[in-house]
Structure formats: C-alpha cells, structure tokens
Write a protein that binds this ligand. Structure first.
Ligand code: PLP
Length: 294
C-alpha cells in the first residue's frame, strides 16, 4: 500500500504533503519522549463514494482529548483538510484501494526557550492488515488483565487522562504482548475491583437476549466511536443498547461478545480466559455491515 503523510501546522493553519520515509519529527518533540499528544484512527471505505466512518464522532473525541490535555482546540476545517488530503493522496496513488485507515495526531510539540510550546500535527494512512481481516472473519480470543485501578477512578483523578486518546500507548502495547505470550489474540482490561473495562485498542460489547451491553466509559475507559455508532443504530437491529457494569463471568455467560473499534469494525470474541463464548455469526455480519456503512 502506498504511504501518504501530511503535516498539519495548527499555528499557521496549513496542511503540507510530506515524505513519510523522511525524518519529520525533532527528537525534542514532546510526543516523542513524553507521549504528550492525542490521536484518532478513522476507517475510510471507498465504494461509489468515499465514507469516513464516524468522521464527526472521531473529531468530537479528538477535541475532548485536546481539552483534557490542555492542548489548543483543533480547528475543524484544518483537520478536515488534513484528512481529505491524505485520502486524496492515497487514492491518487492507488485507485483500486477500497479500504484503509487514516491516523491523525496532535502533539504538544516542542518546548520553546520562552516556556511556550509549538504544537504540531500530522496525518498518515495505515493499512487494514491481514490480522484485522482474519479477526473480522474468524473472531479472536482474549485473556483478562488487571488494569491496576478501581472502576470510576477517572472523575477523582482527572490527571490520569483515563477517557482521553493520548499518544501514551506503551501500557496498551505491553498488554497486547502479554496476551500474546499467554497464547491469546487480545487482552481484556478489568478494573482492580473486578469491573470489565475494554481491550487495549477496542471496546467490548456483549449481547444478552435482545440487549447489547457495554461498560460505561465513566468506569474508566475510552468512549469508542464504533461502540457509539452501534448503539445509535441498535434499534434498527431490533436490539436495545445500554451501558452496564459487569464482571468476567457475565462475558463468558453472554449470548455473544464482540471487540469493536474503528479498524476492526466488530470482531467476535470466541474465547475468554480459555472459556468458550457463543459465536453469533449473523449479528457479527450485521454489525460489520452497519459500521462499514458509516
Ligand atoms: N479503547 C481504546 C483504549 C482504544 O484505543 C480504542 C481505539 O483505538 C477503542 C477503545 C475503540 O475506539 P474506536 O471505536 O473509536 O476506534
């Protein structure tokens, strides 16, 4: 897949096409050694027209993350232009592509000698790789891991940035590696006091009869655009959607369970801590269709 990168300068309100293979970020950038910044990853689908799935939901969350970190408010027109430029570059290089992701990020940037900072932004494309397509088709297994904090800690400790999508993903990556060492595809984070939270890069939805349940974002997780898209359309599938606190046994005893995220769409969770979970192929296909329609 072709690579496209745009640099987004919030101070100058400019978008510039750049070479993804060339060095772009000074090592002094605060995202590089502090993870101090925010990002989003959107799914782009191309059929007769271009669909950026949950485009507005992503941008709304991006702005909320900026606010949580005290970064300047992202300007809608500038970031929209950055996203559209990456999409146009990718399509120009490969008109046959039907699906890819675009990751856009805002870093706190470089600390200036007068104490001010110069935030910088960028956006580039990411592929829908074989791991994702396999998970969509066959589902995944997961192992539960203690997230290390109690549920609902976020409102008491806003500095933990629990609901923000920051560039500090080393813990999430480590959880994924730990899960892989246990022979599982994914981790499932559980609060220290036993409330199921989310995967390292996805939300969990379970089905119980005609109810779809997902952990409350306030419990200490990222509010997902995919989960919200599904909840906004659940009625069309004859289902009721609700936030709920539940533990691991409720996941294992559910009528179906899914990891949902922008790039995965909805993938069936077939096994948790070695316990099988019923696979609802029909609803999986319906959820994937619903999400891909944007
Ligand atoms: N939770 C975490 C920690 C994530 O990183 C992500 C996405 O990357 C999600 C949930 C799912 O969010 P979305 O559906 O917006 O992709």
């Amino acid at each position: 897949m072709t690579d496209a990168l745009v640099l987004i300068d919030p101070a100058a309100s400019t978008v510039e096409v750049a070479d993804l293979g060339a060095p772009q970020l000074p090592v002094t950038d605060l995202s590089a050694h502090r993870g101090d910044g925010i990002f989003e990853t959107v799914l782009v689908r191309i059929r007769d027209s271009v669909t950026v799935v949950s485009r507005d939901r992503h941008f709304t969350r991006f702005c909320a993350s900026a606010s949580a970190l005290g970064l300047p408010d992202p300007e809608p027109e500038l970031w929209s232009r950055g996203l559209d430029t990456v999409i146009a570059e990718v399509r120009a290089a490969d008109p046959s592509l039907t699906e890819f992701g675009v990751r856009y990020a805002l870093s706190r940037g470089t600390q200036n000698s007068d104490g001010t900072q110069s935030p910088r932004g960028w956006a580039f494309n990411v592929p829908v790789d074989e791991k994702i397509t396999r998970a969509r088709a066959h589902g995944i297994s997961a192992v539960s891991l203690d997230r290390g904090y109690d549920a609902y800690l976020g409102s008491k400790a806003p500095w933990l940035l629990i609901g923000a999508k920051t560039l500090s993903y080393a813990v999430n990556q480590a959880a994924g590696r730990y899960a892989a060492e246990q022979g599982a595809d994914e981790a499932l984070f559980v609060s220290h006091d036993g409330v199921v939270l989310e995967g390292p890069t996805s939300n969990l939805i379970i089905r119980r009869g005609d109810r779809l349940l997902t952990p409350n974002p306030e419990a200490g997780l990222l509010s997902g655009t995919t989960q919200r898209l599904i909840f906004d359309h659940a009625g069309e599938l004859g289902l009721n959607a609700e936030y709920a606190d539940f533990g691991l046994s409720e996941v294992v005893e559910a009528d179906g369970a899914w990891y949902v995220s922008s790039m995965r769409t909805a993938v069936s969770l077939n096994q948790l801590d070695g316990n099988p979970i019923p696979r609802d192929e029909e609803l999986t296909a319906e959820l994937q269709r619903l999400i891909m329609a944007g």
